[in-house]
Design a protein around this ligand. Sequence first.
Ligand code: WTA
Length: 640
Amino acid sequence: MSNYHVKNLEEYYQVYRKSIRNPELFWEEIAEEHFVWKKRWDTVLSYDFSKPEVKWFEGAKLNITENCIDRHLRVRGDKTAILFEPNDKIEEAQHITYTELHRKVCKMANVLKEQGVKKGDRVCIYLPMIPELAISVLACARIGAVHSVVFAGFSSSALATRINDCEAKMVLTSDGSFRGAKTIDLKGIVDEALESCASVNTVLVVKRTNTDVTMKEGRDAWLAPLLENAFDNCAAEVMDAEDPLFILYTSGSTGNPKGMLHTTAGYMVYTAHTFKNVFNYKEQDVYWCTADIGWITGHSYIVYGPLANGATTVMFEGVPSYPDFGRFWEIVEKHKVSQFYTAPTAIRALAKENLEFVDRYDLSSIKVLGTVGEPINEEAWHWYNDNVGKKKSPIVDTWWQTETGGIMISPIPYVTPTKPTYATLPLPGIQLALMDEQGEEIKGNQVDGRLCVKFPWPSMARTIWGNHQRYKETYFSAFEGKYFTGDGALRDEVGYYRITGRVDDVIIVSGHNLGTAPIEDAINEHPAVAESAIVGFPHDIKGSALYGYVILKETGEGRNHENLRKEINQIITEHIGPIAKLDKIQFTIGLPKTRSGKIMRRILRKIAHNDLNNLGDVSTLLNPEVVQNIIDNRLVVAMK
Ligand code: WTA
């Protein structure tokens, strides 16, 4: 990418206006100037939101890994591409140069091919934050296989659901993973998942923890010897612009997780362009995003965006609290990190600890700080600004989604004046609208509404894998001709956006999207549970935490509630993963329902927030009498 960055706010507005006046021309110029294509596109954009169908750069041929790796070999072959920082301080960091990355990706790609993976096949990657994770992602892209990375904190049954949904042929995993002081038996989780996955015929295993594992004859193989014998060059598959690149699952408000499908050219152009501009990226920088590659943030802003720019991208295997709460800052000092991108949850957790953990380290290399994944509260923003950025580094509060593929609303550092809790302005090419409940666009400033996008952008998800109808209903049906984000937002007097949170039943806990329905389904599997409802409530570290209302069957009524709570959380851990555990569980005689039988979550939410003044008219409920009972028995003190 060129080294040019927008210099001031006036120039930002100029670029923005240009991108709106002629989006095709805007994106075409970027695509032309900054990427290598095997064949040029015929049409920049064609779309129809009523279907919905969106195509960018149709007719073009490319391979994203040539853009992320090969083209850098000549100019920066010896530059570090991936800087791996292990869980334990005593293990040395690994500097993988672009030349080495090319070799490793080619070898891995050849192993995948030898194992029968073909273009279009789905490969499930269930790996910890070790270099093999990024390498596998790129190896899939190299041969045109569709990767589906599943965050290695998900349980075996969540993993199985995701494998079955996309009918993955292969799983890449490791014997175990290190997370702080803990070792997790990943292979065991995979084995359990695969008991119900007929599509998988190969499991390749990275050795990381030396944990004892069972290798199933004819299905499982260690990766290392295969890699050793593989040829270290592999021609990049020629891909069409709209060929699938990956599937990534995200929770919805109902039903199974949604496999968001991203395609090749538009995703590449958008993530690379936003990476450079949002992080003010320059050639000598060392960039670090603390997310896991199992989430979209890691896909777009650890792997593809940074590598497409020839950047050095840090991959950290561990956690911020191990061996102590200074670990992040120690890494910043050690590798002279220039951009640091993390989640508000991590900031809040670190802000609770002694400042000495921060002050001990030299953070003067930092020039841009970022946040992502959930609203950041004012206190956390100031803590980050004062203590990490020393009031010198702009904070980019980046709003976006798994579905959007890349950052949509964000300050441009050193250009857009920041305002705590505001994601500020749309990036070039992004046309936002706030809508009222009647479906009308709310114009002007100092207003709030539901956040929509009016015009396609290159990295938008094209469909939900295997369920286009659901894609249409979820994102394109609430407001005609617009993509609905599911978030509420307000626009202030100068046109800055502040995201106010989800307006659907998705709850964001520690930056992870959790749908209420799958958690309720899991709880209802407990033999003593008749029915349940989950809502979010404010939590000072996690942003939101989960509050569950549970009706017991008669058989469960005499049971010890503490034990039941433990069992319910155990079931949730098994079905979804520990991230979805409930902080509070209230056993109740009923749930407030409308006459059509729908649970009135609004009321439950208010009770969980301890906000009892504004419950609204409960007399129209089917069972108004339960409301007082729920209030009387509410849990105000956090459960341990
Ligand atoms: C929320 C993460 C406020 C939002 C990249 C969105 C945010 C959901 C922000 C998507 C932000 C993300 N401020 N809220 N800066 N960024 N969100 O798919 O509710 O894991 O819809 O993508 O996170 O979460 P997802």
